[in-house]
Ligand binder design. Sequence first.
Ligand code: ZN
Length: 324
Amino acid sequence: MNQPHRNRRLRTCPALRTLARETRLTTDCLIAPLFVVEGTNVRREISSLPGVFNLSVDKATEEARLLFDLGIPAVLLFGVPEHRDATGTSSASPQAPVQRAIAAIRAAAPDMAVITDVCLCEYTDHGHCGILRGDATIDNDATIEVLARAAVSHADAGAHMVAPSDMMDLRVAAIRRALDAAGHTELPIMSYAAKYASCFYGPFRDAAQSAPAFGDRLSHQMDPANAREALREILTDIDEGADAIIIKPALPALDIIRTVRDQTLLPIAGYNVSGEYAMVKAAAARGWIDGERAMIETLTAIRRAGADLIITYFAREYASLRQR
Ligand SMILES: [Zn+2]
């Protein structure tokens, strides 16, 4: 005869709860973003991102080594150069902070994966993700040529993977073509395939000094109201040759991560963005939530939604917690 279900039986003690846990969170699935600036011996905390720093190449290298020793397998590098111009030329300079950091990190932590963000907003004097025409609209096809050059320069410097975040049309194909032509046929592309025009990027723009001087990013980033469009963006990037995809931001788009998980066999990364991190930090600092538990619940939820990987400012804190 049918017994009534007693669902609490598997929750009676910590050991059974551990066995019944469906989603496992490990440091293996975390990618730590690093903001690399010019100069030496610079370690400047970003006020809106407590615990996250602008780092010169030497300090970024130390940080990467420490992260690797804590079990974090990968860093994602963002450059914050001093030289900026209308067309973002320093994005492809071998002397730019990211390119120098790649080589230094590879030497200090040879088994760590070095992934690089590819966009122009940190390299243009106007802070837009692309090259502007006279009427201040973005010239998509001129932009993707510059992005492709930046990606090749990262590959030449030794990056293991490039991650274009610009959301221009056809950029994955352009970057793939350029990498192949330069002999980097085996270098994978992890594209920010679905990137929403989100308010949760605010603290990042402090960190990367990449806020647009005027206007907004609504002509290339997606309307947070759209789900089918996200899927179309992702399938387009996969078609153009993406090897892994990023969904950004993660928490407001857990439904998108879930939907995409069912549509592709490629690895999916959720970007637990700066505003998501800053909210937890701000509330924890006021004693309004338990910051450590909020971190674990956040990261677990992104994994549970279907992300294989999480790009997160919590990487170091979570890994340190696991070592305690
Ligand atoms: Zn950008």
